[in-house]
Design a protein around this ligand. Structure first.
Ligand code: DGI
Ligand code: FE
Ligand code: FE
Length: 201
């Protein structure tokens, strides 16, 4: 993807999003780029996914639902009840159809940025984390710790974010998407498996 495409996408997001959301978008773009540098991921892919991750956030719930229906994008009952959860899926659809993104890893990073999924790629983890730690974020607990951890151990940062998100949803009574729970479980089982390997040598 050419550099000029990044500029085009950035300009399109500026028109689409209110000032605060656009600031967040830029924050995710450069935080994803920094994480890509740290972990050896493709920087342009990280920036592209960062710029586009919330491209369906400013649509109405009605619009998100109708885009899914019209284009036969499968929805779970929980997503129908909480249509904001669809902004990843719909965002990936728009990224492909409207913004011409062909790279499947970039599309997956957009699609899975809210709940994660089992077996996430490096790029998916980078966008998921960048969304949570970018400089405009202020309200999440343990932010300072997670910001540091993100550049030390990407999987530990993923686990901490998911743990805090699940706790927040339990406290606030929000519906927990099984994907969020499954992402956490999957990472947890991987981390205990690697601890065991270290202990057993
Ligand atoms: O779109 P952003 O606000 O930038 O960030 P996001 O796409 O990560 O969405 C953040 C919100 O998503 C946050 O309030 C927690 C919520 N969330 C994450 N997993 C789940 C969830 N909400 C529900 N109801 N269920 C989930 O499993
Ligand atoms: Fe989002
Ligand atoms: Fe976001």
């Amino acid at each position: 993807m050419k550099e000029t495409n990044l500029k085009k996408i950035r300009n399109a997001m500026e028109k689409l999003q209110d000032a605060k959301r656009f600031e967040h978008t830029l924050g995710v773009e450069y935080t994803a780029a920094a994480l890509a540098m740290r972990y050896g991921e493709d920087i342009k892919n990280a920036r592209t996914a960062g710029l586009l991750h919330d491209c369906a956030k400013c649509l109405s719930d009605k619009k998100r639902l109708s885009i899914c229906r019209k284009n036969k994008i499968p929805m779970t009952e929980l997503e129908k009840k909480n249509p904001f959860l669809l902004h990843g899926k719909v965002g990936a659809y728009l990224a492909k159809q409207k913004y011409g993104i062909k790279n499947q890893d970039v599309l997956n990073a957009i699609r899975n940025h809210t709940t994660g999924r089992q077996g996430m790629s490096l790029l998916e983890k980078i966008v998921f984390i960048a969304d949570y730690i970018e400089p405009c974020r202020k309200h999440a607990p343990n932010l300072a710790e997670i910001r540091m951890l993100a550049f030390v151990d990407i999987d530990k940062a993923m686990l901490k974010i998911l743990e805090d998100t699940l706790n927040y949803l339990k406290d606030s009574g929000g519906d927990i998407d099984p994907m969020t729970e499954a992402t956490w479980q999957h990472l947890l089982s991987q981390s205990t498996a690697s601890d065991k390997e270290v202990k057993e040598g």
